[in-house]
Design a protein around this ligand. Structure first.
Ligand code: ADP
Length: 430
């Protein structure tokens, strides 16, 4: 493929071409059409003169009008065809014979008599005039070419320079230099484009940062259980006769930690990439929550957990049932994980002002004030090192946040350290 011309040269060629076209039109008009146009103008003048005479044929001023016609427009009005076209100038012999348009008209006077008047308009312009126009044309052409080259250069440079600068910066950005600054000035589009590119660069750098952080966290989270599993398996391999329940339990626990991590990462990436679409429908929120509580309660029954559901009537809402249920599930699981010794969880459904608020309350470890806003962030875990015993990926609440934000719902947490937490969200009743 032929590589396209540089923008500057394109603009330059275009402007020069435009000027050349203008000059060409000027030349054609000045040389070829000059006489024709002059003839047209003169014909029009004769027409006006005839009209003037016609209107004033009976006026005592007629003679003056005829004189002024001759003086102002060089139109000679004569009573007969006998008029000889005057040939002015000393070198008249060398000059072209002067031409004239002649038009004769009959006018009826007041007393009924008919007067024939002949109108002459000299149309061949004097040669000197043509020569002057030509010289002028040469000058104009020269000046225009000169000016248009300068102008074309300046305009081309002004338009293309900021684009070239932006392009250079964009190439750096493409190479992964996310801190590239775009500073295109000059005109609004370029200004806006550089704003957009700066924004893109900052977003890209955030994504890149996030990706790095995510990879570091994921590999850390994968490495620890894998190392544990490996060491327990090694132990069992070396001392098969000493295999005990504690070891197999540990392997099972770590495996399940791994699968919940994988599950959370999958859910989050699904929510964050293309699958942002919500499948909104009207459904029975109370029923859905009750089912989730029942299956979770069944699962943790043996560990002594009690989950209570406080509600009055069944409530219907509009929303994506699967996603809202997933959010609720994550909150409930957290309540179980962080409920400490209390092992008691209360889920409340409160209907007020056409809104339904779901609260998940635990009486466990609670959250410190300063951590309250951070817990919704991806991979945030309070006090990372000490809680290995608690299953957690640090992704649960960021999934909840994503789902709530997608729905545009209100949600939040009230908590007191050592006393417990209430996580809540609220929806409009359908
Ligand atoms: P994790 O998988 O670690 O639970 P989450 O995103 O679900 O990740 O939660 C982030 C952090 O918020 C948790 O590590 C925990 O410190 C805190 N947290 C969440 N729910 C509760 C709760 N009910 N009580 C106390 N702390 C909580």
């Amino acid at each position: 493929m032929k590589s396209p011309k540089k923008l500057m040269w394109k603009i330059f060629t275009f402007l020069i071409g435009f000027c050349a076209l203008l000059l060409l039109i000027l030349w054609i008009f000045e040389t070829t059409f000059l006489e024709k146009m002059y003839e047209g103008v003169r014909k029009k003048e004769i027409k006006n003169a005839i009209k003037l005479v016609e209107d004033n044929i009976n006026s005592p001023n007629l003679d003056n009008i005829i004189i002024s016609l001759r003086e102002d427009s060089e139109i000679i009005v004569s009573p007969s065809n006998s008029f000889v076209i005057p040939n002015r100038g000393r070198h008249s012999g060398k000059m072209k014979m002067r031409q004239a348009i002649t038009e004769s008209r009959d006018f009826v006077t007041e007393d009924g008599s008919v007067v024939t008047l002949v109108f002459y308009a000299i149309i061949s312009p004097v040669n000197a005039t043509i020569a002057t126009i030509k010289v002028q044309l040469y000058y104009v052409t020269f000046i225009m070419i000169f000016l248009s080259i300068i102008l074309a250069y300046i305009i081309a440079k002004a338009v293309s320079k900021p684009i070239e600068d932006l392009n250079d910066s964009a190439k750096l950005l493409a190479k992964g230099e996310y801190h590239t600054k775009f500073s295109g000035e000059g005109y609004r589009e370029i200004h806006e484009l550089s704003h957009t590119l700066n924004y893109t660069a900052s977003e890209l750098s955030k994504v890149e940062e996030l990706r790095r952080e995510l990879m570091a966290n994921i590999s850390h989270d994968l490495r620890t259980p894998l190392a544990l599993i490996y060491s327990y398996a090694e132990l069992m391999h070396d001392f098969p006769e000493e295999i005990n329940k504690e070891q197999t339990d540990m392997i099972m626990k770590e495996t399940s930690r791994l699968s919940s991590l994988v599950e959370d990462i999958f859910n989050l990436s699904q929510l964050e990439t293309g699958n942002m679409e919500l499948n909104i429908s009207k459904y029975n929120l109370s029923e859905s929550i009750k089912n989730t509580i029942n299956s979770v309660a069944e699962f943790v029954k043996n560990e002594g957990f009690n989950i209570y559901f406080e509600k009055e009537e069944d409530v219907y809402v509009n929303g994506d049932e699967v996603k809202i249920n997933q959010a609720f599930y994550n909150l409930l699981i957290n309540a179980i994980h962080y409920s400490g010794d209390s092992k008691e969880i209360i889920v409340r459904q409160i209907v007020k002002n056409n809104k339904v608020r779901i609260e998940i309350e635990d009486f466990g470890i609670g959250i410190e004030k300063e951590n309250m806003s951070k817990i919704w962030n991806r991979y945030y875990k309070t006090d990372n090192s000490h809680r290995r015993s608690i299953i957690g990926t640090g992704l649960g609440l960021s999934i909840v946040k994503k789902i709530m934000d997608l729905h545009g719902l209100d949600y939040g947490v009230e908590s007191e350290l050592g006393k417990g937490s209430i996580f809540w969200f609220s929806l409009k009743v359908a």
